[in-house]
Design a protein. Structure first.
Length: 544
């Protein structure tokens, strides 16, 4: 089969890109996705992430693991990644965060011309259908539904007040003029109409409404095996579908949107990458590109949890079961209630010290006792506070475990390998604990779990090393830039090759100060414009 464009991966970037490119009826677009259609009830119910996130069983989730982490007591970390149309936006907490405006200015200063905040803001606004409508910082007409939380719990309001008691200013818009402060997250959730209260994944926003287009072919349960090359030009993708291998030919471009782990893996399986890494697995070098898989960055998360005697929380017990039953009826009727919750309801972006120029720590407040990515369940009720360092200096890499395209990639985030990250995370844990012990939460706070006797910095840092893990924001492994270790240029074309782009979070040169779903969609919106412009230029040149 032959198409104009073949896109590998139907996640946040791929779904967006396929929908935008297929707006031109003359362009034949094929999107392939290893998972399913992303329409199931667990995806549509926001609280369904509790069933999908643990990966036991693997529901819409690759459920990857890392190699042992030397600075986390040798533990192997867990890396859930969405495996369905919508990708990780189908299994995440729906939090809509763009990062700090200076993050994008940093990209431009690092050699990524055209990526300042002023450059990217129009694409954020284009994507966004915000409940608050159009404004200087928001779009009200875009496909991605962004709204207020349907039914935030009283304990989350208490968290906000607790932070205010600790000197943190309230903020009702982390994506507005100033990111710093405490408040409630806006979420990617339908906020009106018959789907009110449902998750709005990238697939639900962009792709599902247009899958009837005759020029758009979407293949689910289809695994990409390698990029097919003709010399230095990408001309297709070899896939495994229904037990058969086939080649999908691309007249114009192949786009990798598999994400920070799968895009570099597919490049390496295709002979594009670091020659030393390829040689270890007997893969012939088609194009030497040493930066493929390098520069991995992620937000390492530490959690403090508290038991509560209050039962208006997610919990395990007779009252909790009754609450969830009632919540199910409420959600089906109105889209509101506890099942509409992102669970991570409260937010704060704070500075570790007055000398910090911008927030360097992010807090998530969760209305449940969370352990090991919901893979360890506790009886009773409670709440959790999360803290992560927004711009870690530690760098890891993604490689191959072997040359089998069906194997998982080798993931090494190299967490806390830079000493400043450990010191900053320790400071963040202390800030978080001060908030969670503030008077406003006294009604809800019964007992600290696991850390109640830990008071010294040394003991708390050791506890961080024994428990911290990802909060699901890996980026950087196909870094954008103009230097010799960059993988793609500033329009996301793979250096040294024709007809091949990478469009997903892997192109980010550095982590942004926040959650990564909204920026990934913005990146795809920009790529669609560039790809359309390139096609117009080629057509003009051909007719000259």
């Amino acid at each position: 089969m032959t198409f104009d464009i073949v896109i590998v991966g139907g996640g946040s970037a791929g779904a967006t890109l396929a929908a935008r490119l297929s707006e031109d009826a003359a362009v034949q677009v094929c999107l392939i996705e290893a998972g399913g259609d992303g329409r199931g009830l667990l995806v549509r119910v926001p609280a369904g992430l509790v069933a999908m996130l643990p990966g036991r069983p693997r529901i819409n989730n690759y459920a990857y693991t890392t190699v042992p982490q030397p600075h986390l007591d040798g533990r192997c970390g867990y890396q859930p990644r969405g495996k369905a149309l919508g990708g990780s936006s189908a299994i995440n907490a729906m939090l809509y965060v763009r990062g700090h405006r200076t993050d994008y200015d940093d990209w431009a200063r690092q050699g990524c011309a055209g990526w300042t905040f002023e450059d990217v803001l129009p694409y954020f606004k284009r994507s966004e259908g915000n409940q608050r409508g159009d404004s200087a910082f928001h779009g009200g007409q875009g496909p991605l539904q962004v709204g207020e939380q349907q039914s935030p719990r009283p304990v989350t309001r208490a968290f906000v007040q607790a932070a205010v008691e600790c000197g943190i200013a309230p903020n009702d818009d982390f994506n507005g003029a100033d990111q710093e402060g405490v408040g409630l997250y806006q979420v990617t959730q339908f906020h009106h109409g018959p789907r009110n209260g449902e998750r709005c994944s990238a697939a639900a926003a962009y792709l599902h409404p247009v899958m009837h287009r005759p020029n758009l072919t979407v293949m689910t349960h289809t695994r990409a095996l390698r990029v097919v090359m003709d010399g230095t030009r990408a001309v297709g993708v070899e896939v495994l579908r229904q037990g058969r291998r086939d080649i999908l030919h691309a007249r114009r471009e192949v786009v990798l949107s598999g994400g920070t782990f799968n895009s570099p893996q597919l490049l390496m399986l295709s002979g594009i990458g670091d020659p030393a890494e390829l040689a270890r697995h007997g893969i012939a070098v088609r194009h030497a590109l040493p930066g493929v898989g390098k520069n991995l960055q992620d937000h390492l998360d530490f959690i403090l949890s508290y038991r509560s005697r209050e039962t208006d929380l997610f919990g395990i017990g007779a009252i909790g079961a009754l609450n969830l039953l009632k919540a199910g009826f409420e959600w089906r009727k109105s889209g509101k209630g506890m099942l509409a919750s992102p669970l991570a309801e409260g937010a704060a972006f704070i500075k570790s010290s007055p000398q910090a120029e911008r927030p360097d720590l992010q807090l998530h407040f969760v209305i449940a006792i969370v352990g090991d990515h919901a893979r360890k369940l506790r009886l009773g009720y409670g709440f959790s506070g999360h803290v992560c360092v927004l711009r870690p200096k530690s760098r890891g890499e993604v490689g191959l475990n072997d040359a089998n395209p069906l194997s998982a990639p080798r993931i090494d985030p190299n967490y806390l390998s830079h000493p400043e990250d450990a010191a900053l995370l320790l400071a963040g844990a202390k800030h978080l604990r001060r908030i969670l012990r503030a008077p406003a939460l006294a009604k809800y706070r019964h007992a600290e779990i696991g850390t109640e006797a830990i008071e010294t910095d040394a003991a708390l840092l050791q506890h961080i090393r024994t428990r911290a893990d990802t909060i699901y924001h890996p980026v950087g492994t196909c870094r954008m830039g103009t230097d010799s270790s960059a993988v793609v240029d500033t329009q996301l074309r793979v250096h040294g090759l024709a007809g091949l782009r990478v469009v997903d979070a892997s192109v980010m040169p550095t982590l942004i100060g926040g959650n990564t779903n909204a920026p990934t969609i913005m990146i795809a919106e920009r790529a669609a414009d560039w790809m359309r412009a390139d096609a117009r230029d080629a057509a003009t040149a051909g007719s000259a």
